[in-house]
Design a protein around this ligand. Sequence first.
Ligand SMILES: [Zn+2]
Length: 162
Amino acid sequence: MKLLLPASLAQQLVTALRRAGSREIGGVLMGEHVGENLFRIVECTVQTQGGTASRFVRQAESHTVALDRFAEQHGHDPRRFNYLGEWHSHPCHPLVPSPTDIGTMEGIVNDLWIGANFAVLLLVRLGRAGALEAAARIYLPGAPAREATLILESRMEATDDH
Ligand SMILES: [Zn+2]
């Protein structure tokens, strides 16, 4: 699977990561199904509270509001615009999911109430030069996680959008 990351969103993450320093931050990803095995990360929530240097705990309620608003804005078209997954930072650790991260993602894709047939986990941090480093994996019910290819979209490319 390929994931498009618009430059504006990458910049939003860089700003949030700078502010958070060594605390983990995160949120949910909302995406657009662009083509076969191709999704664009359209929006993300940024929760800056509740994280330590090695742990991020998502507070469900505020993200639910954001997901509802996202669905509303895009005309309730869940096949095209939908929850895409989770993101959080690993300011002090490599961009590899922890056992807790894996457990959380497996819980999400196996939760019949959520009804996601897959979910992305995007891990981010700032590199030495202050640039965004990111890695994404796709979690599927009853299958091993797979690496996703992240493609940073330039501003030019992003403008062909409707
Ligand atoms: Zn983690």
